[in-house]
Design a protein around this ligand. Structure first.
Ligand SMILES: Cc1cc2nc3c(=O)[nH]c(=O)nc-3n(C[C@H](O)[C@H](O)[C@H](O)COP(=O)(O)OP(=O)(O)OC[C@H]3O[C@@H](n4cnc5c(N)ncnc54)[C@H](O)[C@@H]3O)c2cc1C
Length: 485
């Protein structure tokens, strides 16, 4: 009867949790302001200090995972309730992996968010920060025709961590936002997959003209960094292994073109770059050196006047500070990211830290900018979690109370190397610490095996690790899923 005991204890704990949650609603201030402008007021002496985390990406999630919830309440504000495991996102665009495998719910990363009475996840965007009053302004995220209008609310913090990431750069090129698809979120990957499959099916419909067929099945990727290259590799695998079998009528029409202004994979060792160029060309990817001048609905125009018709356009030319980061009245690092010191604090304001792609060292630290990479974001999140726990244990967790706390060791970043898959069971592994440094660099099938093993072990939960392994095996045996759902 142990299952019955387990069930009844589960039931009673659920009841307690819901009662607690009901009680905790008193934390929200609704009395003086209209309900639609309520929020979480400053923490009281009998409550735990509150860490507010803006963003649920690599940096924010790693930080939340490490926070000691016996010391702090955690409030996360983000427009998505999951973290995206970006290194495997390109694989979901063509069905090598299912979308679920790269989405990790925040409540699984930090269970206190859904269990503790003072911890919350708010599906919202941060719109402003009032550093003087320790308050974050937010606007709820709602979608769909029947959804209520978004409303504003505020959240007071004892410690604030800005982990808002970055946004794709478009260099002000006209038409990119309107016609290209970025590859940063799960919904981008879903859009790419739907469009790719739609174009494949449309090009098979009787009556379609040759020229239109060619256009629909021309997939153009702009940007030859790791993301653009990995996506091109996945596409070419999809074409070679799946389209040729299951869309045999149109197999000779589908092509991939990768456009890059300089060299592809410029941060990798020259030998690896050459290998990737040869390999991609061998698998049918056309590499074009060019600068995009304009993007229209059905074609892009290069600087030299060349017109490139496309059916699918994926834009992956790096990232820069987002509009919210640019709008915040906080010290900035060269390049426009939020400025931070050696302990990841934002100088001149109290209790604000910033990590991940949205932050950079202020000039006075003399430190070089860190690359916009998950490994940087993750390590900053880990470091800051430990630091905040230390501050909390030294009674510095409350707002304006950490002035006398010794912060200890500074954050130091050591690059672990870079990896990129290039399709056809090949990958690059570059273990040099920087571009000029010495170190191991490998390319080929062994690298591909290292790439897969490394990312499989990095997937956050055992559940998703299992899903990824099963998806890889299923794809190997049965091919990719090509249903357009
Ligand atoms: C396809 C792809 C593949 C990649 N592969 C690799 C790789 O193999 N290795 C590697 O090291 N790096 C890789 N990267 C880079 C890596 O993903 C980023 O460096 C990393 O995600 C940065 O983490 P972050 O937490 O700073 O930002 P993000 O992970 O981008 O998270 C930002 C968070 O902020 C939220 N947010 C945005 N605006 C607001 C707002 N106004 N209010 C509240 N929340 C907001 C977002 O919803 C998101 O949750 C890849 C990136 C992509 C796109």
């Amino acid at each position: 009867m142990s299952w019955l005991r387990h069930l009844s204890s589960k039931f009673s704990s659920t009841t307690i949790t819901s009662t607690r949650r009901f009680t905790s609603l008193s934390r929200f201030s609704t009395s003086t302001a209209p309900a639609r402008h309520a929020g979480l007021g400053p923490t009281q002496a009998h409550e735990k200090p509150r860490v507010v985390v803006l963003g649920s990406g690599w940096a924010g999630c790693r930080l939340m995972k490490g926070l000691d919830t016996a010391i702090y309440d955690v409030v996360c504000v983000s427009p998505r309730n999951h973290m995206v495991f970006t290194p495997l996102l390109a694989s979901t665009c063509v069905g090598t992996l299912e979308f679920r495998t790269v989405a990790e719910p925040i409540a699984r990363i930090q269970p206190a968010i859904s269990r503790e009475p003072g911890s919350y996840f708010f599906l919202a965007n941060c719109t402003a920060i009032d550093a003087d009053n320790h308050v974050v302004h937010c606007e709820s995220v709602t979608e769909g025709a029947q959804a209520p209008d978004p409303w504003r609310f505020t959240v007071s913090y004892d410690k604030l961590v800005i982990a808002l990431g970055a946004q794709p750069t478009t260099f002000g090129i006209h038409g990119v936002y309107e016609h290209a698809i970025f590859l940063r979120e799960v919904y981008h990957a879903q859009e790419i997959r739907r469009k790719l499959l739609l174009n494949l099916m449309m090009s098979d419909v009787p009556g379609i003209e040759e020229e239109e067929k060619q256009r629909l099945l021309h997939c153009v990727v702009v940007g030859g960094g790791p993301t653009g290259v990995e996506f091109s590799g996945e596409l070419s695998d999809f074409i070679v292994r799946d389209v040729r079998q299951r869309y045999a009528h149109v197999k000779d029409y589908i092509h991939v073109t990768l456009i890059e202004a300089n060299e592809i994979l410029s941060s990798f060792d020259v030998r690896l770059r050459q290998y990737a160029t040869n390999q991609l060309t061998k698998s049918g990817v056309r590499l074009v050196r060019g600068i995009v001048k304009d993007v229209e609905e059905k074609k892009i125009i290069l600087n030299d006047g060349t017109e490139v018709p496309y059916g699918l356009l994926v834009w992956s030319t790096g990232v820069g500070p987002s509009a919210i980061i640019r709008s915040l009245d906080l010290p900035k690092a060269p390049g426009g990211r939020i400025g931070i010191d050696e302990w990841l604090r934002v100088p001149t304001v109290e209790d604000i830290f910033s990590i991940g792609d949205c932050s950079g060292f202020v000039e006075s630290t003399g430190k070089t900018p860190l690359p916009a990479l998950a490994q940087v974001a993750e390590r900053q999140g880990k470091y800051l979690g430990i630091l905040l726990n230390k501050i909390g244990k030294a009674n510095g967790g409350r707002a304006n109370s950490a002035k006398d706390v010794d912060f200890g060791d500074q954050f130091v970043y050591k690059h672990m190397g870079s990896m990129a898959s290039i399709g056809s069971y090949k990958a690059l592994v570059d273990l040099r610490q920087n571009k000029e440094g010495k170190g191991l660099s490998l390319a080929g099938f062994v690298s591909w095996f290292i790439w897969r093993s490394a990312y499989l072990t990095r997937v956050i939960s055992w559940r998703n690790r299992f899903y990824v392994a099963i998806n890889w095996a299923t794809t190997l045996v049965f091919g990719r899923d090509i249903s357009r759902i």
